[in-house]
Design a protein around this ligand. Structure first.
Ligand SMILES: Nc1nc2c(c(=O)[nH]1)N=C([C@H](O)[C@H](O)COP(=O)(O)OP(=O)(O)OP(=O)(O)O)CN2
Ligand code: ZN
Length: 160
């Protein structure tokens, strides 16, 4: 490595949390909810062992559609970011609000928002954005089951 260059890397960390929920939309009738969500609309709810995986990268360049760049490994600390700090951010943004919770009843966000995995990923993204240095959160991946995975990268669009 030349003395003037710096190595770049992406950083990832995952946590697992347990939560229960029921898929039910306040915008639909009971019949419509049952038709749309089937067994997942059961009023007794059901539980999951979720896994949330976070990827940090230099996401500032996303707005200009440039390639997403890794982050610089600080030559002094040898780290992109201290994983101990990332652990604390994920504790506050994910574990404290969601672990061992009834998503629909215990988490105010989901009183008006359907607790799908898509919306859990958005909730985690928004929480982490408030804590992490600007522009380094690149991807939130939420595994609801082994088979069902949502990837959210902060994209949004305008709906009429
Ligand atoms: N787009 C989405 N669709 C569904 C979601 C979701 O979050 N986003 N969630 C559900 C239910 O919550 C449900 O828990 C899914 O359970 P299930 O179908 O049992 O899950 P698997 O596919 O992993 O189970 P199998 O073992 O394959 O039956 C439904 N839809
Ligand atoms: Zn579910």
């Amino acid at each position: 490595m030349s003395p003037r260059s710096a190595r770049l890397a992406r950083l990832s960390r995952s946590v697992t949390f347990s939560a229960c929920h029921r898929l039910h939309s306040k915008s639909l009738s009971d019949e419509e909810n049952l038709k749309l969500f089937g067994k997942c609309n059961n009023p007794n709810g059901h539980g999951h062992n979720y896994k949330a995986q976070i990827l940090l990268s230099d996401s500032c360049c996303q707005v200009t559609n440039l390639r997403v760049l890794p982050l610089q490994i600080d030559p002094v600390s040898g780290m992109v970011m201290n994983l101990t700090d990332l652990k604390e951010y994920m504790q506050e943004a994910i574990m404290e609000p969601l672990d061992h919770k009834n998503l629909d009843k215990d988490v105010p966000y989901f009183s008006e928002v359907v607790s799908t995995t898509e919306n859990v990923a958005v909730f985690i993204w928004d929480n982490l954005q408030r804590l992490l240095p600007r522009g380094i959160l690149y991807k939130v991946e939420v595994h609801e089951t082994e088979q069902n995975v949502v990837v959210y990268k902060g994209e949004e669009t305008i709906v009429k």
